[in-house]
Design a protein around this ligand. Structure first.
Ligand code: UDP
Ligand code: MG
Length: 329
């Protein structure tokens, strides 16, 4: 499906009140239905709105579809194209910095969270909350996908002190002030729902529906998921380092106690000979711990290095709609 590149030049839409941000990575099968349902829902809300699609370097025809959608609704739809795949959260960051609305909503493109739930989030924000998250009441994902989420929710609730049922649900709404703070964060690996909680004073959750992914595949392989969860752990706490530190102290204390015991035993019973292999075992425990600790420190140092280099987190190739118009072809 090739689009004609006849793009409307002038925009005369009012300042949007709602901005909906959608990261898109190879979602060609879902975009048209998504746009249709979104436009319908948002029109019914009767507030000025904009929809910002961020194409995270798709290799299918997602961008062509977005051009078509933009051509059809230039007053409501904007699109940003990344040069290549920089990841879901970077795509959302790009959307956040382009958004002009007072209430900003993030939504996945795969229709697992129905766009029809947006009015409920908006209503909740208008009650006076700074950030409202959806939590997936009947989550339709495999247990392999749910188990890591469960662990992450537990740890994140504990670490951030904000107990949320569902950190992973990306159907969320934020107030302008929170997004302004998020826009000042320039970290190259992050997890937006948790980051937003650092800046939101009043946080609420509403149950939202969840459907199975009908078209296309999940963009998260097991490896990518592990990376994401690691980002979360190291990005928001020094929890892993503390655990390793505490374990280290405990083991050292036990080792010392054991040493004293062996010394006293030597005085009264004589030296132990058969215990050599026990010592080996203990040594291995120490070596293991050392390696683990070293790896963890390496992980943090690697991240510091990454931040210090300050490379651009994403590169935008083209933008359709909004203030920053630059389509040249
Ligand atoms: N996504 C993205 N870049 C990526 C991976 C995913 O923009 O590198 C988008 C994807 O198009 C979708 C959303 O992020 O809109 C969530 O992805 P997915 O549904 O595959 O994740 P899951 O629901 O399995 O967590
Ligand atoms: Mg999904």
């Amino acid at each position: 499906m090739m689009a004609k590149q006849v793009l409307p030049l002038k925009l005369s839409s009012p300042e949007p009140y709602l901005s909906v941000i959608i990261p898109v990575y190879n979602e060609e099968e879902n975009l048209e239905e998504l746009a249709e349902r979104l436009l319908h829902t948002l029109h019914n809300l009767s507030r000025p709105f904009e929809i910002i699609f961020v194409d995270d370097g798709s290799s299918d025809s997602s961008w062509e579809t977005l051009i078509c959608l933009y051509a059809g609704h230039p007053e409501h739809i904007r699109a940003i194209q990344f040069h290549r795949n920089f990841g879901q959260h970077q795509a959302v960051f790009a959307g956040l910095s382009a958004a002009r609305g007072q209430i900003i909503i993030t939504l996945d493109a795969d229709l697992q969270n129905p766009p029809e739930e947006i009015p409920r989030l908006v209503a909740k924000i208008e009650e006076g909350y700074d950030a409202v998250g959806g939590w997936r009441e009947n989550r339709r994902d495999s247990w392999l996908r749910r188990l890591p989420s469960y662990l992450v929710n537990r740890v994140m609730s504990w670490v951030t002190g904000v107990s949320l049922r569902d950190y992973g649900c990306m159907l969320r709404a934020y107030r302008r002030e929170v997004v302004d703070s998020l826009n000042q964060c320039h970290e190259s690996s992050s997890f937006i729902p948790a980051l937003a909680n650092l800046y939101a004073r009043r946080v609420a959750e509403v149950p939202v529906a969840h459907a199975e992914r009908e078209r296309g595949q999940s963009k998260y392989s097991l490896f990518k998921l592990i990376r994401l969860n690691f980002d979360l752990m190291t990005g928001f706490s020094h929890f892993p380092i503390h655990v390793v530190g505490a374990t280290g102290i405990a083991i050292a204390a036990l080792g010392l106690g054991f040493g004293i015991f062996l010394f006293v035993r030597r005085l009264f019973v004589g030296p132990e000979v058969e215990g050599v292999f026990t010592l080996f075992a203990i040594l291995f425990v120490f070596i293991g711990l050392n390696t683990l600790g070293l790896a963890l420190i390496g992980e943090y140092v690697g991240r510091i290095y990454k931040e210090v280099r300050g490379r651009p987190r994403f590169v935008i190739r083209q933008t359709l709609g909004g203030d920053r118009e630059s389509p040249s072809s």
